[in-house]
Design a protein around this ligand. Structure first.
Ligand SMILES: [Zn+2]
Ligand SMILES: [Zn+2]
Length: 327
């Protein structure tokens, strides 16, 4: 299988007089071949355009970037700073052994490169137990608990530090894949909210949530990270991935080579046009959210999930101690 690849030259460089530089990437849906320099320019141009089209934020207000340590969020923090936005980083150490230590290390490394110190919170210190321990105590899947704990801390740090906007690194593969999944299953509840911007709730003190990389596919984000030497952790979570979503991402990536740009068009036309239809289905639901009596964060019940977890962990620890003294 030694298929000789034809050398393609950068479309942009060819336009500049007498320069012929080999391309590093093909942007199939726009018929572009781009060299390193022009790919970086193209990438940054589209991130900025996405932020503007969907009115995510502007250069005046600070944005809090949720950093997992993976390529998407790390590229996001880097590119927002490069584009002149006031982007600060926030990382949550989940206490999942080596994986979490490595992720935090990479976040600190990137902070040094861009000259910013990220906010870091360690779940084990904050709650008294790591994600795997909490999942054991609650007898529930780690992923669902982890997601809810993450949301809690992003909201809390944003509120305490005065950020009105929180940005996450969700990419086109994530968004198009979950759109396909939710459409096939007619999950109205999710389709109503499926949009790269989730409005703030000033009454409850919830920040706006935005996804500036929503139109960038995973492979292009990876290439951008490599070309700019952005450190990131490539360790997958040892507790497992969302297998369901993976299948739908895979379907779109199989169709993509035959129909160039199908992934992007599928998702973009939804958010530009059809999402409105689903929004009109939303029944104005009575807000039953209140403030948690312990920590003051929004919660559907008197005590929020994270405070309940803290109490349950304390309880489990006390029982353990009692058992230890009996032996
Ligand atoms: Zn070029
Ligand atoms: Zn609480």
């Amino acid at each position: 299988m030694t298929e000789k690849k034809k050398i393609r030259y950068c479309t942009e460089c060819k336009r500049e007089a007498m320069k012929f530089i080999p391309s590093v990437v093909t942007i199939g849906e726009f018929g572009l071949y781009l060299c390193e320099k022009h790919f970086i320019e193209w990438f940054e141009h589209w991130v900025e355009k996405t932020i503007e089209e969907f009115h995510m934020f502007d250069r005046d207000g600070p944005v809090l970037v949720a950093l997992s340590g993976g390529k998407d969020s790390m590229v996001l923090w880097y590119v927002l700073n490069k584009l002149g936005y006031k982007a600060e980083g926030f990382h949550l150490n989940l206490g999942i052994g080596e994986t979490s230590e490595q992720a935090q290390q990479k976040v600190l490394e990137l902070g040094q490169i861009i000259g910013k110190e990220p906010f870091i919170i360690n779940i084990t210190k904050e709650i008294g137990a790591s994600i795997p321990d909490i999942a054991k105590i609650f007898l529930s899947p780690a992923c669902s608990i982890c997601g809810r704990i993450k949301r809690y801390f992003f909201n809390r740090i944003a509120r305490l530090q005065g950020f009105k906007v929180v940005a996450t690194g969700h990419n086109l593969d994530d968004e198009a894949g979950s759109l396909l999944f939710n459409l096939i299953n007619w999950n109205e509840k999710y389709l109503i909210r499926k949009y790269p911007v989730l409005k703030e709730d000033t009454k409850l003190g919830l920040p706006r949530k935005v996804k500036p990389l929503t139109l960038m596919s995973e492979d292009r984000i990876l290439l951008y990270a490599q070309l700019n030497n952005i450190p990131f952790s490539s360790e997958p979570c040892p507790l497992g991935q969302d297998a369901k979503l993976h299948i739908y991402k895979d379907i779109l990536n199989r169709v993509e080579p035959r129909t160039k740009g199908v992934k992007r068009n599928f998702y973009l036309r939804f958010i530009r046009k059809y999402q409105r239809l689903f929004q009109s289905l939303a029944v104005e639901k009575q807000t039953t959210m209140q403030k948690c009596q312990i920590c003051d964060e929004p919660s559907p019940s008197q005590v929020c999930l994270v405070c309940k977890i803290k109490l349950a962990v304390q309880d489990a620890r006390q029982k353990e101690d009692k058992n230890d003294t009996h032996h």
